[in-house]
Design a protein around this ligand. Structure first.
Ligand SMILES: C[S@@+](CC[C@H](N)C(=O)[O-])C[C@H]1O[C@@H](n2cnc3c(N)ncnc32)[C@H](O)[C@@H]1O
Length: 209
């Protein structure tokens, strides 16, 4: 039907509808591992813009993304990054890792299958400390509210141990569990609210001394 395809071409997608970053694969991932994925749809484009701005991605040299999912946020980070920066995306779900590797071809991206509790091991495995020094940004979309408190604290400690002095940790979440736990590890965060996301999300930023 030509009318439909013309309309689709001339009307840009609504900002609250997630990027076409494989929403079906994302939903399938949620149905298979609901606690780990924590959401039925990926972040909106407004959310992607908010986190890249809040994390000051354009200034970063080595960025770690925890929980890239199907890659909408990953693509936004790559778009905002400098040409010589590197993005290490750490994802626990093997299916999402395979999708990311197959669909995003960018020499600045390294997809690492593993847990956010093991950031130092991931950095060592890919020789990144030697080539770049410690990361200046860690960005997390991992759902802290659906995991045991000890696991959440272990992830946050792994973030703290890996970040360079003067680096920043940005986490975007629907619930405030990450802030409650983060206060124990880093102290209080600065907080923003992104309304143009389903559901609206808080964005927390911690700056390392
Ligand atoms: C809500 S999704 C975020 C996806 C994407 N960043 C976005 O905003 O649309 C959370 C992601 O975190 C991943 N994840 C959960 N626990 C993890 C862990 N311990 N280590 C690494 N990734 C994890 C899930 O597999 C999922 O891809």
């Amino acid at each position: 039907m030509p009318e439909i395809s013309q309309a689709a071409q001339s009307n840009p997608p609504h900002p609250l509808i997630p990027q076409p970053a494989h929403p079906i694969a994302f939903l399938r991932g949620f149905l298979e591992r609901p606690k780990e994925v924590g959401s039925i749809i990926p972040s909106s484009r407004w959310m992607e813009r908010r986190i890249t701005r809040t994390a000051e991605i354009a200034k970063a040299n080595l960025i770690i993304e925890l929980g890239p999912g199907t890659g909408g946020t990953t693509k936004a980070l790559l778009q905002a990054m400098g040409p010589d920066a590197t993005l290490l995306a750490i994802e626990i779900n093997p299916g999402f890792c395979e999708l990311l590797t197959q669909t995003i071809r960018d020499p600045r991206l390294i997809v690492h299958e593993g847990s956010a509790t093991d950031i130092s091991e991931a950095l060592a495995k890919h020789d990144l400390l030697y080539s770049h020094g410690a990361p200046d940004v860690v960005l997390s979309g991992i759902p802290f509210s659906t995991m045991p408190k000890e696991l959440g604290l272990s992830i946050l400690q792994s973030v703290k141990d890996s970040l360079a002095p003067g680096g920043r940790f940005v986490a975007y979440q629907f619930r405030d569990v990450v802030h409650t736990l983060g206060k124990q590890v880093f102290g209080p965060a600065t907080i923003q609210l992104e309304l143009l996301n389903m559901p609206p999300m808080r964005v927390y930023r911690w700056d390392m001394a």
